[in-house]
Design a protein around this ligand. Structure first.
Ligand SMILES: [Zn+2]
Length: 426
């Protein structure tokens, strides 16, 4: 086996510890970061592909913390149920490549919209047959009758992205089925949603017994478990029953905040703010006027999210980027917009937002001691970008600024020889 060696020379290294960037050279060998030199031109480039970084910023590959790689272009939740399996697989395959093309070298799935979509794409990526991020495959959203993802009507069946299960027995079977088929992350919908007809976001519709069952079966199979939780009671139920990743949380009250804080070494939260912003301000072409979005609670969710995530940030609760990209108003490939949303809408500093999208992402992938940082011994998932993300996070959204994309020590994209470097900051 040929051991790929790549030497990044003269980079501005942002290592995701939270420290300032520093000038350095980085040597990659055998898929790992082998050496980081703080003095330039000390490392030998013998036998290595040398990438001249010209002072551009080198940082860890991004981790999408709320991935729905099987979602694409949906206007309504119910649209996802209408896609035939064959087209849906191809869509998921294209989305996986789109994510990697946009600097996401890892993705933690928040849910798939058909049971085996994430799983087969993950297997193809791992086998080297398809380009895409390192993926933790999601289950469909396991939901109770009347919950988010149950689109059925009494007189007519409707397919959706949900997997409906009621009571301990059905929940047990649904989670076991997802585990048997190969999901890495199980998803349960504890609360409703504001755009969902029967159960709005303030309701907690999955019983404590059902949540506890789902967590316990997921644990039996060694899987992680995520939930959809908007209402304060849903958040409390999730923490109490041992859920790993708790999405949304914007209605958390003082007691829920205390519970999240007390579990901060174990859990992650994710505001999924991109879809809220997109629906409020960019939904018009798909029929969501700003007035409609406000009526459906999007402004309230945005305001509550700012207050809750300001508090969670102060308390050291780990938050993930990922804003339900894959709907019409949140196209796949624009996922890195969440970085700037974290700053503009939730009050994070640019460095904190980038850490949510890199180091904390490595942790939620279950690889906290080897993924998500520029650190010796870590997996070489590396971006070289033309511009300074700490001064302008929006630059991360644009594919043309991603000069090098490296995954697992392999150069997936390298335009370092053709790029004209932006005027360096003095
Ligand atoms: Zn989602």
């Amino acid at each position: 086996m040929v051991m790929t060696r790549v030497l990044f020379r003269n980079a501005k290294v942002w290592d995701a510890t939270g420290a300032e960037s520093f000038p350095g050279d980085v040597l990659v060998e055998g898929g790992r970061i082998k050496t980081i030199a703080h003095t330039l031109n000390q490392l030998s480039g013998d036998g290595a592909t040398v990438v001249d970084c010209n002072g551009m910023t080198l940082l860890p590959g991004l981790v999408e913390g709320h991935a729905h790689i099987s979602f694409g272009g949906a206007v309504k939740d119910s649209d996802l149920g209408l896609i035939p399996p064959e087209e849906h697989l191809l869509l998921t395959m294209r989305n996986a490549k789109t994510l990697l093309d946009h600097g996401f070298t890892s993705a933690y799935s928040a849910a798939t919209s058909k049971l085996r979509l994430d799983i087969v794409i993950r297997n193809e990526i791992n086998a080297g047959r398809l380009p895409g991020p390192r993926l933790r495959a999601g289950s469909p959203e396991i939901t109770v009758t009347g919950g988010l993802g149950d689109e059925r009507q009494q007189h007519m069946y409707h397919e959706s992205f949900g997997m409906i299960a009621d009571g301990v027995e059905e929940i047990t079977k649904a989670v076991r089925l997802c585990c048997r088929e190969g999901a890495d992350n199980i998803k349960i919908n504890i609360s409703g949603d504001d755009l969902s007809p029967a159960a709005h976001g303030g309701l907690t519709v999955m019983s404590e017994e059902e949540v506890r069952t789902a967590v316990s079966v997921a644990r039996d199979f060694g899987k992680k478990i995520n939930c959809h939780a908007r209402a304060a009671n849903s958040v409390k139920r999730a923490v109490k029953c041992g859920v790993d990743v708790i999405y949304h949380c914007e209605s958390a009250d003082e007691e829920a905040l205390d519970m999240l804080e007390s579990a901060k070494d174990r859990i992650f939260v994710g505001p999924a703010i991109g879809i809220i912003y997109g629906t409020l301000y960019e939904g018009e072409p798909w029929g969501f006027t700003h007035e409609m979005a406000v009526k459906f609670g999007m402004q309230r969710i945005l305001d509550d999210s700012r207050a809750v995530y300001t508090e969670l940030r102060k308390r050291g609760v780990r938050a993930l980027i990922g804003g339900d990209y894959g709907f019409a108003q949140t196209p796949q490939g624009t996922n890195a917009r969440d970085l700037k949303h974290f700053v503009d809408l939730l009050g994070y500093s640019p460095s904190e937002a980038l850490q949510c999208g890199t180091r904390l992402g490595g942790q939620v992938m279950g690889l906290g001691d080897e993924l998500g940082m520029i650190k010796e011994g870590f997996i070489a998932d590396i971006l070289l970008v033309n511009g300074d993300p700490l001064k302008d996070l929006d630059m991360m959204v644009h594919e043309e600024n991603l000069v090098v994309i490296m995954k697992d020590g392999e150069l997936y994209k390298d335009q370092s020889k053709s790029v004209s470097v932006q005027k360096k900051a003095a």
